[in-house]
Design a protein around this ligand. Structure first.
Ligand SMILES: NC(=O)c1ccc[n+]([C@@H]2O[C@H](COP(=O)([O-])OP(=O)(O)OC[C@H]3O[C@@H](n4cnc5c(N)ncnc54)[C@H](O)[C@@H]3O)[C@@H](O)[C@H]2O)c1
Length: 351
């Protein structure tokens, strides 16, 4: 392989442009091509960022022998098929979250990746946040004692990405706010507590805003078809049990009437010796003068590299990524179980 990883970005909508910028900023990679089905956008981005080749068909791109790796920033329903074809074409793969629209497809990616020995990674960006890395350090040092419960929330007030786009159609997205936002927090929580074995979940989802065409915002570049009905959830509450007996409460919304003064999203970890609240990072404990709150600044930490830079280094140096595919499959199983519980009204066992 060349000294610099030759990367192609597939899908240059809302987040794909960020992939392009990240690869350009990476000293050990070059963007050699992009693929975008919207022909004008593909050409414009290629010109703006001086990317030599723009394809509109990802299969044609995957046939090119001088591309070492692809980053995939496509609608969720295309993650699994394109990732599988990319692996088959011997490309390293950086895949946007969620890994797939269901655990069965996620598992197929993990199995194909294992056989290939390529670097394949889901780009869970929350893992790379300095606050997350600081929390991980404190937890691994046992500053919190036994973590018995965590609280995950992301409560957007008006944040449904483009009502009528692929985001709000279940067959294209796999789900609404839970698979879109919840995936970040579930992955981060499991990583922080070091436990990916979930045993059961009970969940309820709601679609109270999108179907009335309220609560939207203009994220992304996906085409909007106003005739398409809103077939996903815009709110979700759940209680997850992990194998150790530890629990996680999950509260996610794309839209809702929430108090403005609370954090929009966060992750709180409750331990027997201390508590940790993200984001920003604060630590609560009993000090010499009683209950103390310590505001944590985020110092230099070993793992602060950008997620795409991390992927590039792993591919070039044949290193294990911070996010393993087995972990991403486990997260996807939790998402599946949330939807199954909401649909059946029952607690779901997770195998
Ligand atoms: N990590 C994050 O913080 C983050 C943020 C936003 C989105 N995402 C994820 O990134 C993915 C993309 O989201 P987005 O917001 O950029 O969506 P988007 O709709 O803005 O962009 C998707 C792009 O893919 C293009 N596309 C669709 N089908 C294609 C095909 N067959 N071939 C080539 N191009 C095709 C579309 O034209 C569009 O430009 C989603 O999976 C989403 O969950 C992650």
């Amino acid at each position: 392989m060349a000294d610099r990883l030759r990367v192609a970005v597939i899908g240059v909508g809302g987040i794909g442009i960020e992939h392009v910028k990240s690869v350009i900023a990476c000293p050990r990679a070059t963007v050699v091509a992009l693929c975008e089905s919207h022909p004008k956008r593909g050409r414009e981005i290629a010109e703006r960022y001086k990317i030599p080749r723009a394809y509109s068909d990802y299969r044609e791109l995957l046939e090119q022998p001088d591309i070492d790796a692809v980053t995939i920033a496509l609608p969720n329903c295309l993650h699994a098929p394109v990732a599988l074809e990319a692996i088959q074409s011997r490309k390293h793969v950086f895949l946007e979250k969620p890994m797939a629209t269901n655990a069965k497809d996620a598992l197929k990616i993990a199995e194909a990746a294992k056989k290939s020995r390529l670097t394949v990674m889901v780009g869970q960006d929350f893992r790379f946040r300095p606050g997350t890395q600081l929390a991980k350090m404190l937890i691994d040092r046992n500053d919190l004692g036994e973590i018995y419960h965590t609280r995950l929330f992301w409560l957007r007030r008006s944040g449904i990405p483009r009502i009528g786009s692929w985001f709000t159609q279940k067959d294209l997205s796999g789900g609404g706010c839970t698979i879109d936002l919840g995936v970040h927090l579930i992955d981060t929580m499991m990583y922080l507590v070091g436990e990916f074995e979930a045993v059961s979940i009970t969940a309820q989802t709601f679609a109270k805003f999108g179907p009335r065409d309220i609560g939207g915002y203009d994220w992304g570049k996906g085409d909007v078809d106003p005739r398409k009905t809103f077939t996903v959830e815009d709110n979700c509450v759940a209680l997850l049990r992990l194998k150790s007996g530890r629990t996680a409460s999950i509260d996610i919304s794309w839209a809702g009437f929430h108090a403005p003064e609370i954090r929009e999203y966060g992750l709180d970890l409750f331990g027997t010796n201390g508590g940790l609240s993200l984001y920003p990072a604060r630590f609560f404990r009993n000090g010499a003068n009683g209950y103390e709150t310590v505001n944590l600044s985020t110092p230099k930490l070993p793992m602060t590299e950008d997620r795409i830079q991390h992927f590039v280094h792993c591919a070039l140096d044949n290193k294990k990524p911070l996010i393993s595919l087995d972990e991403s499959v486990k997260v996807q199983q939790v998402l599946d179980a949330i939807y199954a519980s909401a649909e059946t009204g029952k607690e779901i066992r997770i195998k």
